[in-house]
Ligand binder design. Structure first.
Ligand SMILES: [Zn+2]
Length: 268
């Protein structure tokens, strides 16, 4: 093949614009365009016995394609993480940073994360005193789900109240929370008790159960509160919740106070 023919063919391919043609590219013995960087074909004849020629990705373009896909995935995951946690410290929660002080809790949460990632719809309630690490572990599960490509939201009931206050279309707020892959309702039951807040709580639980999607609840409510709800509204919420939820009692010293004590001791 003469050099002029080759150049003309490359010009024709370049004009066609299907794939980027570099100055170092050349036409091989078989008349097909070859990448000048990785020396693998940019054209092929996929239809046996026919002369039809189509463009294909050479090895370095395949690698770049794969890299672009990974970067897009990573950005999408980071967007989901921000949507889930906003500016909260829990943005950096990670099972790898767990201090292992409560192995049963760690195991329960890791198993739960696996079930969520397997597209099951489990419900988990982490209940116990303040500062025992319930929210942190719930956040670790949410991070696992996000890393697996799922969407998640970490909210409190007062935050939902704010969202409902801002949004004209109230059902859109609930719809958004019911379509998310994993919902975490943090500090459930510590908000002020009014008929309106009770209604929000019931709607949240009821809507999420109907959606058939997984949910985590962290709460300071006690066994006594579950067994003998203080009034009819609370009984209605608790009874709907217990149709599905697996409970895990989180015990231990208040880790926040322990950290403050450690810091104070370091300063001394
Ligand atoms: Zn190449």
């Amino acid at each position: 093949m003469s050099e002029i023919t080759t150049t003309l063919e490359i010009l024709a391919i370049r004009a066609y614009g299907a794939i980027p043609v570099n100055d170092c590219d050349y036409v091989g013995e078989d008349g097909l365009l070859v990448c000048g960087k990785c020396h693998t074909p940019k054209q092929c004849k996929p239809f046996h016995g026919k002369e039809a020629v189509v463009f294909c990705l050479c090895d370095c373009m395949k690698q770049k394609d794969e890299l672009d896909r990974m970067i897009r995935n990573r950005r999408q995951i980071e967007r989901c993480r921000t949507d889930c946690f906003g500016t909260s410290d829990l943005m950096r929660a990670d099972f790898a940073k767990d201090d292992g002080k409560n192995p049963k809790l760690t195991q329960t949460c890791k198993e739960f994360a696996e079930r969520v990632k397997s597209h099951e719809s489990p419900w988990l309630m982490l209940w116990g005193d303040c500062g025992t690490g319930k929210s942190y572990m719930a956040a670790c599960i949410a991070h696992e789900a996000i890393n697996a490509g799922m969407t998640a939201r970490f909210i409190t009931v007062p935050e939902v109240e704010q969202m409902l206050w801002r949004e004209r279309d109230k059902s859109a707020v609930y719809d958004a929370l019911n379509t998310v892959g994993l919902l975490v309702i943090d500090d459930f039951g510590c908000e002020r008790r009014t008929d309106y807040m009770d209604e929000i709580k019931f709607n949240l639980i009821d809507g999420r159960l109907r959606s058939g999607k997984p949910c985590i609840i962290t709460t300071n409510l006690t066994e006594q509160d579950f067994a003998a709800p203080s009034d009819h509204a609370m009984k209605r919420i608790i009874s709907r919740l217990f149709e599905r939820v697996q409970t895990c009692h989180v015990q231990g010293a208040d880790r926040r106070f322990a950290k403050l004590r450690e810091r104070a001791a370091e300063k001394r």
